[in-house]
Design a protein around this ligand. Structure first.
Ligand SMILES: Cc1cc2nc3c(=O)[nH]c(=O)nc-3n(C[C@H](O)[C@H](O)[C@H](O)COP(=O)(O)OP(=O)(O)OC[C@H]3O[C@@H](n4cnc5c(N)ncnc54)[C@H](O)[C@@H]3O)c2cc1C
Length: 306
């Protein structure tokens, strides 16, 4: 069965690696080994490999840029399917761009700017892939994927199926794909014509704001907690005096309390301990239960409710 998988992967131009540290594939730089990582160069390869994994019922983890994941210290038992990022987006008409879901959001945002298309400026500093961003309905500075997504191609077994964005039930950091588990392999965005230099100026402004406010010098997964309705998670954490609170190398950023950072060699266990402490204190002091925005992968999960 593994022979069939690796044989097809080789035939379709994928790269295969075994026993790969997930710390190397995630922005948190945390996580034990994955049994196998297959990097998929295009939609066709992704469909074939997904079909084999589904037929064999192999546990799969779809991976983009790994910028919203906290992986267990035990790693992942199964196959990590990672979309390659090498493809160039395509402008298909006056206002539409289509791309492979492995493309990075900053690259897509920059491509739109060079084409004089506005709408993706908000995405220029989000370090994810298009596929991960669709799943998460990623957003920033008043914009989100739902505002500009026209359609996606998902996989059902070895078949690629196009769905209108309206079928994804996109809402704050959520899509229906979280329930169905269908991987996104391509996406089409609907933008508007704009002035490339004005778009560029807005992107520069947003990137500067990020550098000033976020601890980009340390590994993290961005905002650790979702924004609770009516509040900002970082402000609640700050209000409870938790800036700088640490468990080992896991630390609530002193620069931005919404970020938990890895100061060097933090483990997933330390991250969980720290996050649980933060949640307990914030719940006790403010009555608000923080929920993780980061996706937790692996065998050890923390109880979501206290
Ligand atoms: C410094 C920093 C700043 C950030 N700022 C923001 C921000 O402003 N706004 C924001 O929304 N997020 C932000 N993030 C979080 C993160 O970049 C986004 O959530 C991003 O969309 C995740 O994309 P990814 O490709 O890295 O996904 P991954 O982390 O690889 O995966 C995240 C989830 O998506 C799934 N997934 C990945 N690829 C696919 C696919 N092709 N099909 C289906 N499921 C898939 C994974 O299985 C997992 O459940 C930030 C992160 C960092 C480190």
């Amino acid at each position: 069965m593994i022979m069939a998988l690796t044989g097809a992967a080789t035939a379709y131009g994928c790269s295969i690696a075994r026993d790969v540290s997930m710390a190397e594939l995630t922005s948190f730089r945390i996580g034990g080994p994955a049994d196998m990582v297959i990097t998929l160069p295009d939609v066709q390869a992704a469909a074939v490999i997904n079909g084999i994994c589904e037929a064999e019922q192999l546990p799969r983890l779809w991976l983009g840029k790994g910028s919203n994941l906290l992986v267990s210290d035990d790693g992942f038992r199964g196959v990590v399917l990672r979309l390659g990022g090498g493809q160039v987006p395509q402008r298909t008409d006056a206002t539409h761009i289509t791309c492979f879901a492995g493309v990075g959001l900053p690259a897509l945002s920059r491509f739109a700017q060079t084409q004089g298309l506005t709408g993706l400026e908000f995405a220029c500093g989000i370090p994810g892939s298009v596929g991960g961003a669709v799943l998460m309905n990623a957003g920033a500075y008043g914009g989100c994927i739902a505002d500009v997504l026209e359609s996606v191609t998902v996989l059902r077994g070895d078949k690629a199926v196009e769905l209108p964005a309206t079928e994804l039930a996109l809402s704050y950091r959520h899509s229906r794909l979280m329930e169905t588990g269908e991987p996104v392999v391509a996406a089409t965005f609907r933008l508007q014509e704009g002035d490339p230099s004005a778009i560029d100026a807005r992107m520069t402004e947003l990137l500067t704001a990020r550098r000033e406010k976020q601890p980009l010098e340390y590994p993290s997964a961005g905002s650790f907690f979702k924004r609770p309705e009516g509040y900002f998670a970082g402000a609640l954490v700050d209000q409870c005096g938790l800036k700088g609170y640490a468990v080992g190398d896991a630390e609530v950023s002193a620069k931005h309390a919404g970020f938990i950072i890895n100061k060097g060699h933090a483990t997933c266990a330390q991250m969980q301990k720290l996050a649980q402490h933060v949640r307990r204190v914030v719940l006790r002091e403010t009555g608000v239960l923080l929920m993780p925005e980061v996706r937790l992968i692996g065998e050890t999960w923390w109880p979501v409710e206290e």
